[in-house]
Write a protein that binds this ligand. Sequence first.
Ligand SMILES: [Zn+2]
Length: 430
Amino acid sequence: MVYDLLLKNTCIIDEEGNISKDKNIYIRNGIIEKIIDEQIEIYPAREQINCGELFVTPGLVNLHTHSPMTVFRGLAEDVHIEDWFNRIIWPYESRMNEEDVYAGTVGAIEEMVNNGVTVFADHYMFADRICDAVIDTGIKADIAPTLFGVSDDFEQNLKEVSQLILKRQGSHKRVCLRMGPHSPYTCPGKTLKVIIDRAKSLEVGIHIHVSETHEQVEESLSQYLKTPFQLLEEAGGFQIPCILAHGLWIMDEDRKHLNNNSYLAVSPKTYMKLSIGTVHIWDRSHELQLFTGTDGAASSNTLNPLGQARVFALMGKMITGASTNFYLQFIWKMLIKGHEALSFNSGKVKEGYSADLLIWDLTRCNTAPVHNPLAALIYSADSNNILHNIIDGKFLKKDGKVQIKSDSSLLLNRSKDIVSRGKGETNLNF
Ligand SMILES: [Zn+2]
């Protein structure tokens, strides 16, 4: 038997942060078929990488992003969060079209692949074109078409999203879909339950923003006598698989609603930049399943989960006053275990799993010497240390170069276009 790819003499860092040395990894048809000790027999493979001092890890997960928002990168800086949403981003987004979304997504995927992401969970409009971009580039994605209950066209939007899910779900092995109610505050009344009921009937999960700011929680309590988490629970959101973006202001009474199918995706760069608080997710992190997301490039500027995890750890040590908190394995699991929220059979360097792997060179000047590989990865490494990004056994980054072929002017032209189109009307209100 001839394998497609042999990663020879590797040092594996698994999803828990454990290290095993001198392994040969054999890949065929996109799957890790065999992992054996280096000294044992060598089997033939069409391509071989002699890993030597290189490290092999599972790919990184970006569990919450709005990939098309690369077109807005740098457009809303040094502003209050209300201005960010109500006076800049939402008015520009109201004039966005599906080709802007495609160009923005391809740009985002190139950046994510460069930063070691093998799968991302997206939340945006014109999701049909996000699916296209994912298929065209070779990455994997779990895509939630955004729905606003406050929209005048809510019923029509729900119908279109349902049709999109029916059309796309199961049609390509690198694409999954779920419902994307934007948040409890933009899906008031019965609309949140209607979306969740539809998700149940389509047998998909949801991806939703919850309790991003203190004001949102206060407003929800004064209007409904319930927190956003409680509204979500009441609508049935915790009965199905659920990616919860942010949850920054999760309250004590909210925690009981979380279960093994609730995955909190945190993006600390956004919280710091828009100054939306530093408390609950750090104080209560040991009781929560936390994973890294990047949010969109308009709020956190980069689509780099490693950068988010680094900020999360440093911030956590500082505000809890304990440098022993947010230790390396904890942060590593935040980066890797988000695979468990998704359905791509990925996230482990283990026989039978998808060959979605990174090969790291930590011998460079920014990471050497490697007394502690996890410390090198979490606190010192950058995209230059990622030599190869392999998805389904194929190289999306090879020898330090992203392999995705795209028109580099597309994103630039589309972003200029959007600015020249100007701001439109929206009935959304943050
Ligand atoms: Zn978001």
